[in-house]
Design a protein around this ligand. Structure first.
Ligand SMILES: [Zn+2]
Length: 228
């Protein structure tokens, strides 16, 4: 497939009647006579193929407005005297190979399932991204593309953590400590705070945050478990 930048595709006109039939039409439709003569004087080859025309030039030559010229062309086209393709200024996509009809396209079941599976993985990642309230959005995104990064500090998740008045490093260090302790034992909150070499109030903030975000759970005896 090729893509071209915006280019000017001029209008094109092709007479689809013979010269004799055109003459008969001119005689029967006097109001078109002048315009058809103008066309024939201005361009050649229109009986055999599409020829680029310029409504602007025709307008200048005839003292008619550009819109009047356009209307003439549309009318002649609808009367099956000419084919008229109005010009366009657009970008183009060009198929460089033959485009197969749909029924000629075969996707093997294996391939189909593979594509579907990959799509599901991507979709789930996206849902996770939107749903997560504990991962920095930026870290999550970059991780998806295989890059490592620090917390951005400005996404909604980070901002919520900022409100804890902990630096992102403090938060992460305390969080990692909690995680590693809880992987081996199940202390209650009070015991946990004592196990961590950080000011009590900060550790409590992180524990509270983790409880709020269901990262750790408390059983009926107040013992804490890391919920993976
Ligand atoms: Zn962030």
């Amino acid at each position: 497939m090729e893509f071209t930048e915006e280019i000017n595709n001029p209008s094109r006109v092709h007479f689809i009647v013979s010269r004799d039939d055109l003459y008969k039409f001119q005689v029967a439709n006097e109001s078109f006579d002048g315009f058809i003569k103008l066309l024939l004087r201005s361009y050649t080859g229109m009986f055999s193929e599409f020829v680029p025309v310029n409504e602007e030039t025709l307008s200048l030559k005839s003292a008619a407005t550009r819109d009047t010229i356009y209307q003439y062309l549309v009318k002649l086209s609808s009367l099956n005297i000419i084919r008229y393709i109005p010009g366009k200024k657009t970008a183009l996509v060009i198929f460089t190979e033959e485009r197969l009809v749909r029924k000629a396209l075969m996707i093997s079941p294996d391939n189909y399932l593979h594509v579907k599976e990959k799509y599901e993985i991507r979709l789930n990642k996206m849902i996770e991204y939107a749903d997560s309230d504990s991962h920095c959005r930026s870290v999550y995104l970059l991780d998806y593309f295989g890059e490592e990064s620090d917390r951005c500090g400005i996404c909604d998740v980070c901002r919520e953590r900022n409100e804890l008045e902990l630096s992102k490093y403090e938060f992460d260090i305390i969080l990692e400590d909690i995680k590693s302790i809880l992987s081996g034992e199940n202390p209650d909150a009070e015991e946990l705070v004592k196990l961590i070499d950080y000011p009590e109030d900060r550790v409590i903030k992180v524990i509270r945050w983790l409880l709020d975000h269901n990262k750790i759970i408390q059983d009926k005896d107040y013992k804490l478990t890391w919920k993976s």
